[in-house]
Design a protein around this ligand. Structure first.
Ligand code: CA
Length: 264
């Protein structure tokens, strides 16, 4: 059979039912995806620098060096993004054309990068569907400020503290506050990957999340981890969240995946 994501699999009925449920969960996640960004920039040093700073801000970044490759991937619909940063001058398909194609069926906020700084060229860039425009060379602080501004314009993209049951996730500090039933509060600092992982779980409390879903959402294209990395990350996150407590929050569903068990 062919799943909506294009994968062809032969499945038993029981597995098929689980797969359909997971696909539904995945679709829910796609509509709420918060931390995934598309970067199309053909200058290796600049692309690497942008990706590094965005990773530090806890974005999962898919970086393409070629406009056509980026479009092929976008067209597949496999990944939904929160924001896109697209360079104007690109091999394959120009940033301008990529932006026009995107606009045919998507409202993805686009920040366009370019060395072109003449007024008429800015107008062409904005008319192609870009939401904002940043002229090279620019300061990374300005890039981050522009991205924050783009998110503010789209209220559903605005990260706020996320509260689910006894956990409150802080997007600014990458900390989670755990409130215990006896009233005590614990503030826990998270690494970027732990933060992304917990955010994903907190957006899907009580739902089973597979290792493949975690990899598809939290690892960049081409950066899929070796087999035990997800389990190791879950262990680290569990240790931080659970400390000496016997209340286990992340449950392992053997052979399928993981589930955040939390009182709403
Ligand atoms: Ca370029």
């Amino acid at each position: 059979m062919i799943l909506e994501n294009g994968e062809t699999r032969f499945l038993s009925f029981q597995t098929f039912t689980i797969k359909i449920e997971l696909l539904e969960i995945f679709k829910t996640y796609q509509t709420r995806v918060n931390m995934r960004l598309l970067l199309v920039e053909d200058e290796p040093d600049l692309g690497a620098a942008i990706k590094q700073i965005l990773n530090y801000e806890a974005y999962v970044v898919d970086w393409f060096l070629d406009g056509s490759q980026a479009w092929l991937y976008l067209e597949s619909g496999w990944t939904q993004y929160t924001l896109a940063i697209i360079d104007w001058m690109l091999p394959g398909l120009s940033g301008l054309d990529l932006c026009k194609l995107l606009r045919q069926n998507s409202s993805l906020p686009v920040l366009m990068l370019t060395a072109k700084d003449r007024l008429e060229e800015k107008i062409i860039g904005l008319d192609s569907g870009a939401d904002d425009y940043l002229v090279k060379p620019f300061d990374m602080a300005e890039l981050l400020a522009r991205l924050r501004a783009l998110r503010r314009r789209t209220p559903e993209l605005q990260p706020r503290n996320l509260q689910v049951g006894c956990l409150t996730l802080n997007y600014s500090t990458h900390e989670v506050i755990r409130q215990y039933s006896h009233g005590e509060k614990q503030i826990i600092s998270l690494t970027v990957k732990e933060f992304q992982l917990l955010e994903y779980f907190m957006r899907h409390p009580h739902q089973i999340i597979t290792r493949d879903q975690i990899i598809n959402q939290l690892w960049e294209i081409g950066a899929e981890p070796v087999s035990n990395v997800v389990a190791a990350q879950i262990r680290l996150l569990r240790r931080k969240l659970e400390g000496d407590s016997s209340e286990s929050l992340i449950e392992t569903i053997y052979g399928i995946g993981y589930r955040l068990r939390i009182e709403n």
